[in-house]
Design a protein around this ligand. Structure first.
Ligand code: AMP
Ligand code: MG
Length: 281
């Protein structure tokens, strides 16, 4: 094994071990946004391309098998790369079997329902991969940090989320959740680019600045959400995302490993169909 491939061997995500355990505080500082000594972009990109090819083949059998749904949740601060990872990694999938949902501020109607109403509606059916660009976690993140609901309301949601995700998992929805973790410096660079590049101006919003000013409050909110809601049935992963090539590799690899862990098979042809097609030329 070359030293580059040996290094790649160790470059994989581990789920956050946290549910309810107050002893260890999850590391979410600037250092955790980088993978020290990760291979160069030129070493990672071909490895990621191979993973994406594998992912494409796995999705084919996943779709045909039809017994499971896969739900991939992407959370992260503004400019953390949610759109980028969806474009690159989920670009490997056949669009027929993928459903991407983005969550913005709830509408007036959505606010009159429980917070999971709009989420449950877009949970993927079996055979389909659902990708969430933000999610029900905003209801314990943005809502908490911006004070959009009283504390007793959002506090009750950690258990409600765990129960909801457990119910989905028991109904064969495989859930994987990625926190795209960028450092404060990297976010500044990305936001600066949005200001400088006229093709990216439209992505810049006033509330991006407000949320950046609440950096530490978001860190605390993410820490609690990840620790309380990383479960056996719906694990959270902290994805070091300051470097796009590292981020893409790690997410692609985690998804390959997830799909490979399922007993996927192509359905056998029905005997009656085979019989009827016996003389087919
Ligand atoms: P973006 O993903 O940058 O297009 O922005 C979507 C915005 O919607 C973010 O600022 C989120 O924090 C906000 N958002 C998403 N879900 C909720 C929610 N349930 N309550 C309040 N704000 C939300
Ligand atoms: Mg925003």
């Amino acid at each position: 094994m070359s030293s580059a491939s040996m290094f790649l061997e160790g470059l994989r995500l581990e789920p956050v071990h946290g549910s309810g355990d107050a002893s260890g505080r999850l590391a979410l500082g600037g250092k955790a946004a980088r993978w020290e000594d990760a291979p160069s972009k030129s070493a990672l990109e071909p490895a990621t391309a191979q993973l994406l090819e594998r992912l494409s083949a796995l999705q084919d059998v996943f779709h045909a098998d039809g017994r499971y749904a896969l739900l991939i949740v992407f959370q992260g601060r503004d400019a953390a790369g949610k759109d980028g990872v969806i474009r690159t990694v989920c670009g490997a999938f056949n669009p027929t079997g993928v459903q991407v949902s983005a969550f913005g501020p709830p509408t007036a109607l959505e606010l009159r329902h429980d917070f999971l109403w709009r989420v449950h509606e877009v949970v993927p059916p079996r055979g389909v991969i659902g990708v969430f660009n933000r999610s029900h976690y905003e209801d314990v993140l943005a809502v908490r940090v911006r004070g959009l609901a009283p504390e007793d309301v959002w506090r009750a949601r950690y258990d409600q989320i765990n129960a909801f995700e457990q119910m989905l998992a028991e109904n064969r929805v495989i859930i994987r959740k990625c926190f795209l973790h960028v450092s404060r410096d990297e976010q500044r660079e990305q936001l600066q680019e949005r200001l400088d590049d006229p093709t990216k101006n439209w992505k810049f919003r006033l509330d991006d600045l407000e949320d950046r000013a609440r950096w530490d409050a978001y860190t605390e909110a993410y820490r609690e959400a990840l620790q309380r809601c990383s479960t056996e049935w719906a694990p959270w992963y902290v994805v070091p995302s300051d470097r796009k090539s590292v981020r893409n590799y790690l997410v692609a690899r985690m998804l390959v490993e997830t799909l490979e862990s399922l007993p996927l098979t192509y359905p056998k042809m029905d005997d009656a169909v085979r019989e009827a097609a016996r003389d087919f030329k």
